[in-house]
Design a protein around this ligand. Sequence first.
Ligand code: GTP
Ligand code: MG
Length: 200
Amino acid sequence: MAFNPADSSLLISAGRIDQFPSLPVPQAVFSGRSNVGKSSLINTLLGRKSLARVSSSPGKTVTVNFYKVAGKLLFVDLPGYGYARRSVSDKARWSGLTDSFFTKNPSSDLIKIAVQLVDLEVGPTGDDLMMIDYLNRSGIPFAVVASKADKPNKTARAEALGRLRNCGGIPAGTEIIPFSSKTGEGRDELWRLIRESCGI
Ligand code: GTP
Ligand code: MG
């Protein structure tokens, strides 16, 4: 049967590590600061309008959301970081849950690719660079998505992409994919990468 990404559903919104699923299928994980566009990107990839909740109140929920995609893989929407108004206890929950996802997860060998979102206009924040460094040292293959690529005009966009490439925190050879959930730019390229990494 053809691979149909729209055939997707929320498997579990996990607030605790013991809720992480143990399905034996490859996982693609999406990380980035709160409001960077992770849930919108997941909806765009899956061709679903509102499967992943797009937040009107950023950083509200600290959960790891697992989506089952076409019965073949899992998309993992990590909680966004860097949300200033989050309480100290929520920040601690964020670190605990995210760290557990990578280090204490019984399915961690199933994580085949990490997609790190960086807002193209805003550029990489200190937290983004920390996350990229973490992924780089983890050995998980990863790509950088420059999100909301529809926002800057042509000149600003070229400048922003140049700044991102040369920011010093992204290892040479890392794929950087301009992406827009508004126009669909980058969708096919990112899918190609995900399918290749997950062997689908
Ligand atoms: P958290 O769940 O809080 O971590 O946020 P998130 O990273 O999932 O971001 P989300 O997808 O909820 O998007 C945040 C805001 O950015 C929403 O208002 C979206 O409509 C907007 N947005 C997301 N993607 C794009 C894009 O490609 N272009 C533009 N112009 N806006 C976008
Ligand atoms: Mg979200």
